[in-house]
Design a protein around this ligand. Sequence first.
Ligand code: URA
Length: 276
Amino acid sequence: MTSTGSTLAALRWYVDMGVDEAVGEVAPDWLAPRPAAAKIPAVPSASPAAPPPAVFAVPTAPARTRAMSAPAAIPAAQDAHRLAQAARDLAELQDALRAFDGCQLKQTATNLVFGDGNPKAKVMLVGEAPGADEDRQGKPFVGVSGQLLDRMLAWIGLDRSAFYITNQVYWRPPGNRKPTDAEVASCQPFVMRHIELVLPEVLVLVGGAATRTLLGRADGVMKLRGHWFDYASAGLPRPIPTMVILHPAFLLRTPSFKRETWRDLLAIEQRLKTLH
Ligand code: URA
């Protein structure tokens, strides 16, 4: 191979690995010893790690019912479940994620992307996965899709002081690929605990991926959007009314679907009005 050919091959390899932009002057030494992980609260050892609880997604209209399958009861998933359940508040959950090494995405990401907005808000949104901007800033939905989402939510009078937002995985997949089922499953106990700790009045799933993970439904997002579902997990005192909306990245590519999203947002606005 010529030197140009091998340079191109190396660059291609970098891009495939997700190294598609320069974020600093100095290359980080990933092999250097890591700082000690944050302390997480001890979990009573007497209780053996139980598999994550089943989550039930019951559509309120039209009536269709299906129990969601829990993440596979493999040791990493049990560990994730145990760590997540031990968190008593969002700070502890974030520390637990910092100490958790069961998700491959952490190896290649720059930052943990935990959550943003007001954790006391009535509305919580769950998206798919952080992208490059989110990875750099350590905050969800701060890139172009996030800016569109912010504008869409502003239509119904919500800004980040009036909603809380996170993703179904906490680290950026290299090259913005879709997270694998294993990566999603490893984060799922934390996402479920995240929802339990925020305890919103209304949950909004942004795009099909979060819908599959949290509602356990294989139907496409086009079929699910615009309907209310009940999301429940063992640690929730009551099911949470849940709406599925189209992902802003899809709307950027297909603006004609903004009309449907407008309707879905109005339904969310109506629902919020009934809470006052
Ligand atoms: N898309 C997502 O689903 N989440 C983000 O945080 C950013 C873009």
